[in-house]
Design a protein around this ligand. Structure first.
Ligand code: IDP
Ligand code: MG
Length: 160
């Protein structure tokens, strides 16, 4: 890997069961690719109650958690790790707000979803949480390093 493609920042995205059922995996992944982000990890996996309690610890005591947990276990999810400059913030902007029917047009939730709970993807909300979440869903050898030839057109020299 060349020096100018060193790791910038990584974030976790989960494609949720509503998107799996609605055949949106390709459309959603395309949004991140088109933005210029580098895909460094990707797998389909089934989540259990334990990992969901950990992942959603901040809302595990809410009345909707049981329903959310059931929903998140209703199909496998697609876990993705994306890399880029200030990528955590960039991906949250592309994702849109939690209540999808009010999410900005052009965002993934704004364009593909209507629900608060079935809002098609999860995205890490801070750099610190992203680091923890990537480790929660990926083993070290499931995250890949490689040069992406388009980087020289995605970023200016002083950003690389
Ligand atoms: P976020 O996904 O936009 O970061 P969080 O507040 O972290 O939103 O909530 C995690 C997930 O929990 C949401 O994406 C959604 O699926 C679900 N959720 C959040 N609030 C509600 C609610 O009020 N009712 C039902 N589900 C909710
Ligand atoms: Mg969140």
């Amino acid at each position: 890997m060349s020096a100018n493609q060193g790791v910038k920042e990584r974030t976790l995205v989960l494609i949720k069961p509503d998107a799996i059922q609605r055949s949106l995996i390709g459309s959603i992944t395309k949004r991140f690719e088109s933005k210029g982000l580098k895909l460094v990890g990707m797998k389909m996996m089934s989540l259990d109650e334990a990992v969901l309690r950990e992942h959603y610890a901040h809302i595990a005591d809410k009345p909707f958690f049981a329903g959310l947990s059931k929903f998140m276990q209703s199909t496998p999810v697609v876990a993705m790790c994306w890399e880029g400059l200030e990528v955590v913030d960039a991906v949250r902007r592309i994702t849109g707000i939690t209540k999808a029917r009010e999410a900005e047009a052009g965002s993934i939730r704004g364009d593909f979803a209507m629900s608060v709970s079935c809002n098609v993807i999860h995205a890490s909300d801070s750099v610190d949480n992203a680091e923890v979440e990537v480790k929660r869903f990926f083993k070290a050898d499931e995250i890949h390093s490689y040069d992406k030839s388009e980087y020289m057109h995605v970023y200016a020299d002083d950003e690389l």
